[in-house]
Ligand binder design. Structure first.
Ligand code: F6R
Length: 642
């Protein structure tokens, strides 16, 4: 194995980073820089009469880059006629025509809209017979060599730390080959394939060694789900269990990240370890919590030596000694805990996360699709209602893309059965019969017809109502926005329009909320939750001068990707064992979202199990810091528009 390149950091706070990493305000800024690099490379090579060989990824991450290249091609005269492309990977067993094939993805997202000659495009062939895969893989490598090698390899990264489909276990010298997909990767692709059972088990991918042969490598990553893999790849040791870490051995590699994907790099998460910091309140709290967790000591037991031995002597000088600092942070943490998420009426609220007045409050909860609400804040929802608040839950999308065909078939059969008992074919039975027919005519991976989507949406509405009722909320409090961007779109390809914003504005103006709860603020910008959050932000901008806005607070909750760490939490709502059980019950009503495999086949992967685990972990983290011991907690952060 090659030794890690000795990277010379350009700034003190990058000293732990073994890969040059640029953190951007958002994905669009990053994409603009990378598109410029590609454009300049192509133009430079054209001048010297050379083609430009690009290695390209698929997935959510590069979609914005491809859109930007298309835009430059259309409006800035960027020609890609001299570009030769090699894609990283392809699902094994999928023909090019399959809706989820990477060949099709690349054509839809890029190739059909720019002037790269068809003969210059290379995507691994997922249909090569098993016995020929080895020879085919060698011919792919040969084709790369014949093209002169890859000038610029663009990469995304999987949550497992994979690059291409080089899953954990892939060696530094691996070459193009057939691989088995990791369980996490297959779960991440489940939505695209309408169920995990349909996700191919194998893929053909360029190897880590093939990728490292490129003259220049640029990796892109957006959203909090990638933060752990990024931190490990950039700061960890090179190892097979995290293939992206091998990029450290490349002399010309660069990562371009948004803030959420960079959040776990030391310079972002523990900046005091890599240089002087301004000890603002949030940094101070984060550092004390970190020290307590790192030493496995409750906050109130930390002593001066603990601080000075862990690079925090200047914090002591500024805000010490430890005794007083500990008490202050302990109190701050204590004040985040409240059993009154809507504020406690007639109580002193100086140190409470929410205002006492008015009571009751009008509360508007945005749920990207049915079930996000209860997964993220099912216990808090129940408390809000029990404490007399006026709660409306707005389901932004119908969630119909997440319903397996079997569920739609069962629903259609139910309607047909009822109509048979009635002895006449009602309009709804005729609809059910038509859906049944369309389901039988549908190939395994075909997209759904509008009728099928409609029925699937109805299935999810029923589940959402039952789930709300299990939380003690009258089903009439639900609003189903069925935002058009979703009804017309597919995962990764959603684009919001005026009608989407108008619909969110309308529900805001109907409710005139004192509290809004929303999720998706730090997801990959093309993820459904982030797109939905964008509609909320835009609707907030559109209503900025409405009178109700002055009294409205926005609280963020999180989905199953990652829960908040105690230092990030501004409101923690404890759940008793009974409340946790009730929350699980309400999640359980989202039957179409449960694993389609028999119980036990998937371990602790069901969404209700993950939610339970998250809520217990938050409570345990508070407990370890020396605060009260609760069964579980839901957590929130206050959001203000930048
Ligand atoms: C795709 C590929 C993968 C993806 C990675 C991230 O060609 O090579 O390594 O880059 O799985 O996927 P997204 O971007 O969908 O999060």
């Amino acid at each position: 194995m090659k030794p890690a390149a000795q990277r010379v950091p350009t700034a003190e706070n990058e000293q732990r980073e073994r890969i040059r990493t640029v953190i951007h305000a958002g994905a669009d800024d990053a994409v603009s820089v990378v598109a410029t690099e590609i454009a300049e490379l192509v133009r430079k090579n054209v001048k010297s009469g050379k083609p430009t060989v690009l290695g390209l990824p698929t997935g959510s991450t590069p979609v914005r880059l491809y859109r930007e290249l298309i835009r430059r091609h259309r409006t800035e005269g960027l020609s890609l006629k001299t570009v030769i492309t090699f894609n990283l990977d392809e699902y094994y067993g999928l023909p090019r025509t399959h809706s989820e094939s990477y060949w099709r993805f690349m054509h839809e997202q890029l190739f059909d809209h720019v002037d790269i000659p068809a003969a210059n495009i290379h995507v691994p062939d997922g249909t090569v017979p098993r016995a020929d895969v080895f020879a085919w893989s060698q011919s792919y490598e040969q084709a790369i060599r014949e093209a002169g090698g890859i000038d610029l390899q663009i990469l995304g990264i999987g949550r497992t730390g994979h690059i291409g489909f080089n899953e954990p276990g892939s060696g530094r010298d691996s070459r193009t080959r057939l691989v088995t997909l990791d369980a996490v990767t297959r779960r991440d692709a489940a939505r695209d394939f309408l169920g995990e059972a349909n996700v191919p088990r194998h893929a053909i991918t360029m190897g880590v060694g093939t990728i490292l042969d490129a003259r220049r490598i640029v990796l892109l990553a957006w959203g909090e789900a990638k933060a752990r893999a990024i931190a490990e790849a950039v700061e960890g040791t090179q190892r097979d269990s995290l293939p992206a870490s091998f990029l450290q051995g490349h002399p010309a590699v660069e990562f371009h990240l948004d803030r959420a994907a960079a959040a776990q790099l030391t310079r972002a998460s523990r900046p005091w370890l890599v240089g002087a910091v301004a000890w603002e309140p949030t940094v101070t709290r984060r550092s004390v919590v970190w020290l307590s967790q790192h030493l496995n000591k409750p906050v109130l037991k930390l002593i001066d030596e603990d601080y000075s031995e862990h690079g925090m002597a200047d914090l002591l000088t500024e805000q010490g000694p430890a005794y007083g600092l500990n008490i202050r942070i302990f109190n701050e943490l204590q004040h985040t805990i409240t059993g009154w998420p809507g504020g406690k009426p007639n109580a002193d609220d100086t140190h409470r996360p929410e205002r006492a007045a008015p009571h009751p409050k009008r509360v508007l909860v945005f749920s990207p699709e049915p079930s996000d609400d209860v997964l993220g804040m099912g216990g808090t929802l129940r408390r809000l209602v029990d404490q007399g608040h006026d709660v409306i839950v707005a389901y932004q999308t119908s969630g119909n893309l997440g319903v397996p065909d079997e569920e739609a078939a069962t629903a259609a059969d139910l309607v047909l059965e009822i109509s048979r008992a009635d002895n006449k074919l009602s309009a709804s039975a005729a609809f059910a019969q038509e859906v049944r027919r369309q389901l039988s005519a549908k190939g395994q991976f075909d997209g759904d017809t509008p009728d099928i989507r409609r029925l699937k949406g109805i299935v999810r509405r029923g589940e959402a109502r039952a789930s709300l009722q299990a939380c003690g909320i009258d089903a009439k409090r639900a609003r189903f926005l069925d935002l058009p961007f979703y009804e017309k779109g597919r995962y990764r390809q959603f684009r919001i329009g005026d009608a989407d914003i108008a619909s969110v504005v309308e529900v805001m103006r109907e409710v005139r909320p004192h509290q809004i709860f929303a999720t998706g603020a730090s997801g990959d910008p093309s993820s459904l939750s982030a797109v939905c959050f964008d509609t909320v932000c835009r609707a907030l901008s559109a209503t900025a001068s409405d009178p109700w806005r002055a009294g409205c607070r926005v609280w963020l909750y999180r989905g199953l990707e990652r829960h908040w760490e105690p230092a990030e939490i501004e409101m923690a709502v404890p759940l008793s064992p009974v409340e946790l059980d009730q929350k699980i019950q309400s999640i359980y009503h989202h039957k179409s979202q449960r694993s389609q495999q028999p119980t036990g086949a998937r371990g602790a992967d069901e969404s209700w199990q993950r939610a339970e685990h998250h809520n217990q972990e938050i409570a345990q983290a508070y407990d370890k810091l020396g605060l009260a011991q609760y069964e579980a907690m839901e957590a929130f952060q206050r959001w203000t528009q930048a």
